[in-house]
Write a protein that binds this ligand. Sequence first.
Ligand code: DC
Length: 223
Amino acid sequence: MSDPIPVLTIDGPSGSGKGTISRLVAQRLGWHYLDSGALYRAVGVAAGWADLDLDDAGALVRCTFDTDIGFRESAEGDLRVLVNGHDATDELRTETAGAAASAIAAIPEVRAALKDRQRAFRRAPGLVADGRDMGTVIFPDAPFKVFLTASAAERADRRYKQLKDKGVSVTMDGLLREILARDARDASRTVAPLRPAEGAVHIDTTGLGIDAVVERVLAVVAP
Ligand code: DC
């Protein structure tokens, strides 16, 4: 029997640098990349377009099944996300979409409905899977697992700089409160709570530059 296609799972809280690091590591390895948060965000955006109530679990589950989510690379090489055929990449990154995604992600039927879509990303020569439950639930048999963290203050600071660059006005205090609230919600939900997978290599990115983190993650795959 041939070896299973390798997967490197990179889990951790928002702002730990997962997205940037995972994309760079996938590029370096020449592997595919799964941004699992984008799937939850896409359903959040679709729910917003349909004006659904975030407390109506039944409607959100139906919306998950009905939403077509596609990924494609633009001419400039960045990843675009299509929701029901519309390019929703920028809308996906808003705080509103993030908050909707976090609420939606707590519904077990939604998580179950997205399972196979995530596993379909496992294609040769390999996959870097970025999320919260990649190593625990979606790819428990992955040979390489990383758990990225950073202090809440550093995560709020990174987010603050990103938003300021985009011209969005926010306060550090407000951001820190939001980050702590989302951490608590993601870690305390009964289904697939955020926690390190057994055997995951923990990397604290506080005070580390992107290149240093990329090298540490690559060392997990090829020590
Ligand atoms: O990583 P992100 O910020 O794009 O994720 C958006 C939300 O989706 C976040 O609140 C947690 C949730 N999520 C999840 O529950 N499981 C995943 N594998 C990825 C994201």
